[in-house]
Design a protein around this ligand. Structure first.
Ligand code: AMP
Ligand code: MN
Ligand code: MN
Ligand code: MN
Length: 283
């Protein structure tokens, strides 16, 4: 392993408002310890953690960028779009997210029914309990399946149960691309494509998506993610230049027990791309 590199910006992180392990206050304090100066809280389809994160940020002396990670379906494929610098009280955004929250609750029931047919009982109750007041996600089901001994790791659960073609998979129609971008715009934020290389798309599908994203008003793409290789960073920087998108840096931190991804432990943006924070009001 190379030495950890530290970044003043970490614009992608999760709390217990969705599938992160730390509550918003602890997340902010960990970021401050790691010398992050600008942290974006980007929970899945909710802004429920922003207020607590903002209070903690004020006390820790770091800047909280209000954010959200919106689930989008485009051409039957799922993408994650970050809204950064949003107003978490904006009604258009909140009513859009309320629709996704309903979809999440319904999908959770369907996942549980499918697992039930596969002989795995009690998944909905357990996943709901783990999610608490936060969004229910596949990560919660995965943690339950690990705890029950059906797999040894969360990622093994995804591969064996939760992805397309597996017994607990449920096809889901999330927000439309233009729709999600319109909510982000209404809330005064910037749209950034999260982890561009994690969708298992062919290069031609990714190019098509980037064309649509750019023309729908997308601002940036995440160039540096929590576990990016130098080659992946170079590839994403090329996309940013080619599609005239700004570059973002975000760990996608979820869990302090996975120390290979930590807040602010990120290499710098390559030269020749505009940092997305140049467009953010960070004062
Ligand atoms: P959901 O939005 O409910 O479908 O859950 C998506 C979340 O599951 C992602 O944000 C990741 O945190 C997690 N996830 C997806 N794929 C994997 C994987 N292969 N291994 C571990 N976690 C995963
Ligand atoms: Mn997640
Ligand atoms: Mn994501
Ligand atoms: Mn994320």
């Amino acid at each position: 392993m190379s030495d950890p590199v530290s970044s003043r910006y970490d614009l992608h992180a999760h709390s217990t408002a969705s599938d992160g392990r730390l509550d918003p206050g602890d997340l902010v304090r960990r970021a401050a310890c790691n010398r992050v100066e600008y942290l974006a809280l980007t929970d899945h389809d909710t802004v429920g953690g922003i207020r607590a994160a903002r209070d903690a940020a004020r006390r820790s002396g770091i800047r909280l960028v209000a954010g959200v990670e919106i689930s989008v379906t485009w051409n039957k494929k799922c993408f994650h779009i970050l809204g950064l610098g949003i107003d978490p009280a904006n009604e258009t955004l909140l009513s859009g997210l309320a629709g996704l929250q309903r979809i999440r609750r319904e999908r959770a029931r369907q996942i549980s029914d499918k697992l039930e047919k596969h002989g795995i009982h009690g998944a909905l109750t357990a996943a709901r309990k783990m999610a608490g007041a936060g969004m229910i996600t596949r990560t919660h089901f995965a943690r339950f399946l690990v705890a029950e001994g059906h797999a040894t790791s969360v990622s093994e659960v995804f591969d064996r149960y939760l992805v397309r073609g597996k017994p607990g998979h449920v096809a889901t129609r999330w927000a439309g691309l233009e729709e999600a971008l319109s909510w982000i715009r209404a809330a005064g934020g910037l749209a950034v494509l999260a982890h561009p290389l994690r969708y298992r798309l062919t290069a031609s599908w990714l190019r098509r998506f980037l064309t649509a994203f750019q023309s729908a008003g997308g601002t940036g793409i995440e160039i540096v993610c929590g576990n990016s290789t130098p080659q992946q960073i170079a590839t994403c920087a090329d996309y940013a230049r080619r599609y005239r998108l700004s570059g973002s840096v975000g760990s996608d931190f979820h869990d302090p027990d996975f120390p290979w991804i930590d807040l602010g432990r990120l290499p710098p943006l390559p030269a020749g791309v505009t940092p997305v924070w140049e467009h953010l009001e960070t004062s």
